[in-house]
Design a protein around this ligand. Structure first.
Ligand code: IMP
Length: 431
């Protein structure tokens, strides 16, 4: 059995921590989309690691990790992450594999990302992480990107140089700075040397793992509502962050993806622009931000906070085929009473069926709330479901009933040990 872990909201659901716990039961941990826009935080033994590109499984010394073909790889970010890990005693050599089909994210993609945001102007900005993700995927789709297999060729630096010159002309036409071609080529060639020993055919590697019945854990980044096809377009990222991206981004047949674990917070957050029906611009929103330390792991931006949205969660269940929930950060709700759950949307006087495609419609909906009692006692670190206050248990049951998905895991604090596994997603009879 393989397991895909995906975000059920707008990212930042605490996937890093859930993946870190499940990694113990897996042989391979595989990233399949996104790039270093992600920020997966893991706390272990009092130490905190934030990983942006390399799968969090790397923190477990015996695990093999893969960066799949669907990821866009910034060689500078990759080499600094490898250096950070090595300086903290984690050596990825011999157990980190990066797909030769993955696309390179180059410094001019970052420049273009910032420039496009500026050109969009106020009110139309996406609020990207400015890591160059959109422009790198745009190059991939327009068939002008460079893939990691190019690093293995003797003419790699010439190819980078040619691409830099093309983009430089385009940047100047857009009113941006021209590319410092010599400096960029030198930087990229140096960083590519760090990347080179990790590059391989990960399709065959994972195919062999499947044949040997080894367990693969797919590590989703961002979340369903940021998915390029199913998210709140255009306020989305540029990859398929939902489970739909696994097959295309890892080179695994859809029939082998296995079970899907959706990760949701007990409330909702979003960074960047775009509609957010249950957003709270009041003291409750501030409490969630402060008690939940809701500041972006990649950009440090304060996250927008709001109540749990069961309409969005039901949509995530549909798109991903979620088999089990992992509900995180429940302890952040400890001081709130009552707690609200959004159970429907009203739009211009009528109740909407489903989650609207049009972000302008979503921006106008009024959430229909149901109120449930809070528990008003600390739940941080509670070690079993049965030891939770009855109101916390009821809140969890209500989420499961509203979405039709059973509870697999809960997380009540940042440490590995603060996670309760009710149903192991790897086991055959977990559903
Ligand atoms: P991009 O992925 O940098 O292009 O940003 C597009 C949108 O996705 C913006 O709203 C970002 O804030 C959001 N985003 C990208 N990565 C993450 C993440 O890891 N967590 C939460 N939001 C993200």
């Amino acid at each position: 059995m393989n397991v895909a872990v995906v975000g059920g909201q707008w990212g930042d659901e605490g996937k890093g921590k859930i993946i870190d716990v499940l990694a113990e039961r897996a042989d391979y941990i595989v990233r399949y989309q996104g790039g270093n826009n992600a920020g997966h935080t893991v706390k272990t033994g009092g130490e905190k690691f934030v990983l942006h590109l390399i799968p969090t499984g790397i923190l477990r010394p015996e695990k093999k990790c893969v960066i799949g073909n669907g990821v866009v790889v910034d060689p500078l970010a990759f080499s600094s992450e490898v250096n950070m890990l090595r300086s903290r005693g984690v050596d990825p050599a011999g157990r980190l594999y990066v797909s030769d089909r993955a696309h390179l994210l180059l410094p001019f993609h970052r420049e273009l990302d910032g420039l496009r945001e500026r050109l969009r102007g106020e009110g139309r900005k996406i609020g990207t992480t400015r890591r160059g993700i959109g422009p790198a995927y745009a190059d991939k789709a327009s068939r002008s990107g460079l893939r990691l297999c190019a690093i293995l060729r003797s003419d790699f630096s010439r190819r980078v140089e040619e691409r830099c010159r093309e983009v430089s002309r385009m940047l100047q036409a857009l009113g941006g700075e021209s590319v410092n071609v010599e400096k960029t080529v030198a930087e990229i060639v140096d960083a590519a040397e760090v990347l080179r020993p990790f590059i391989c055919d990960t399709v065959t590697l994972l195919h062999d793992a499947v044949r040997r019945h080894e367990r693969i854990l797919f590590e989703g980044a961002q979340g369903t509502l940021l998915d390029l096809d199913f998210g709140t377009y255009p306020f989305v990222t540029s990859s398929n962050a939902s489970a739909c991206g696994v097959a295309a981004g890892a080179g695994i047949p859809p029939s082998q993806v296995g079970r899907v674990l959706g990760v949701i917070k007990g409330y909702t957050t979003r960074v960047g622009e775009g509609p957010f029906p249950t957003e709270l611009n009041d003291d409750t929103g501030t409490l969630l931000r402060e008690d939940g330390h809701e500041y972006g792991a990649t950009t440090g931006r304060p996250r927008r906070c709001g109540w749990f949205d069961a309409v969005a969660a039901r949509y995530a269940v549909m798109v991903n085929g979620i088999d089990l929930w992992a509900v995180t950060k429940l302890d952040v709700l400890d001081r709130l009473d009552p707690i609200r759950i959004c159970v429907g949307y009203e739009y211009r006087g009528r109740r909407l069926e489903g989650f609207p495609a049009d972000s302008e419609v979503l921006a106008e909906v009024t959430p229909i709330y149901e109120e449930v009692p809070g528990w008003r006692v600390p739940t941080r670190g509670v070690g079993s479901f049965d030891d939770l206050p009855s109101q916390t248990q009821d809140y969890l049951w209500r989420i499961c009933r509203l979405t039709g998905v059973p509870l697999g895991m809960i997380s009540l604090g940042p440490e590995r040990t603060d996670t309760v596994v009710l149903k192991d997603p790897f086991s055959e009879d977990a559903k």
